[in-house]
Write a protein that binds this ligand. Sequence first.
Ligand SMILES: Nc1ncnc2c1ncn2[C@@H]1O[C@H](COP(=O)(O)OP(=O)(O)O)[C@@H](O)[C@H]1O
Ligand SMILES: [Mg+2]
Length: 351
Amino acid sequence: MQKIKLGVIFGGMSTENEVSVVSANSILNNLDQEKYEIYPIYISKDGKWYEYQKKEKEMKFGETIKQDKEIDDVIKYLKNLEVLFPVLHGLYGEDGTIQGLFELLKIPYVGCKVLASSVGMDKVYTKIIFERAGLKQAKYVYIRKYKDKYIYVDSQFNEKIMDLDEVAKTTQEKLEYPMFIKPSNSGSSVGINKAKNKEELEKNIEIAAQFDNKILIEQGITGHEVECAVLGNEDVIASCVGEIKSADEFYSYDAKYRNEESKTCIPAQLPESISEEIRKQAIKAFKAIDGKGLSRVDFFVEKDTNQIYINEINTLPGFTNISMYPKLFEASGITYKELLSKLIDLAIKGE
Ligand SMILES: Nc1ncnc2c1ncn2[C@@H]1O[C@H](COP(=O)(O)OP(=O)(O)O)[C@@H](O)[C@H]1O
Ligand SMILES: [Mg+2]
């Protein structure tokens, strides 16, 4: 059997470059060598593309990737490949931009297309679609940074220019503390903070504004943080549900990647009816954004009430062998290696 020429693209021009390197390391170690001729490609933070020569050594978190051979003609290089696997998280990887390049080149690729990728990356627009799908989520306020002021955008996109104090006061009228302040385009909790009072709210709005001019402020939900993985194009399956036990007050960047006290619990200790409802909502959310291939859909299950709130959808979730996405499918009977082959098959088949 002729091997399929597969490009595995990782790194990327985002704050999650380091996370992507670890995901790619696991993927490169687990791909079926009999089936695929593998071309690892590293994109540096400054946007240069390199042929990555796989060494014996594992690529670790935060390690500088040796940039051996720069690819001068990226388009020509990619055109030689039959299928692409973008193992990229965050901006310029998970947001539809690189997917647009693959579309132009007419090369099949793993995962969501342009629209689903950009909707999934932008927390404000994800909320709008989820609302339309009738999925329950935390109450929120949407503002934009505008010069040294802010624009408050209401639910019908009417705009009002305000200063920081006014924006905070208006937000306080709509939401209760604690609140979560997020750059609309973010991932791995970068730029996200929790506020318990007006002073913190103002400070955290200013922090979020350093990452994106679109800012989402959400009412905090107290409860379990759970995740569900989905796989498929038209016929989508959902994994079992897993729970995150964060070492920090919330699942911050440190809690995710640096603090080994953060744990996952698979399957989550929830009543079966709730897990089943989460699986249903995960598939609904994926379909609502027009997802393809894979996504990890994150929820909160509120303490005391057991109400389910959808939080977000990750169209290119973490993929190390201890990441939730592959772990959830492993617990549902699909091994890491099989999962990779299924994703690549879904990309090649299209439907
Ligand atoms: N509305 C909320 N209520 C409670 N915790 C929240 C809320 N929004 C976010 N968090 C906490 O912040 C973390 C990061 O927020 P999230 O929206 O998932 O951003 P990211 O895309 O960076 O993962 C979550 O994993 C959770 O711990
Ligand atoms: Mg998250």
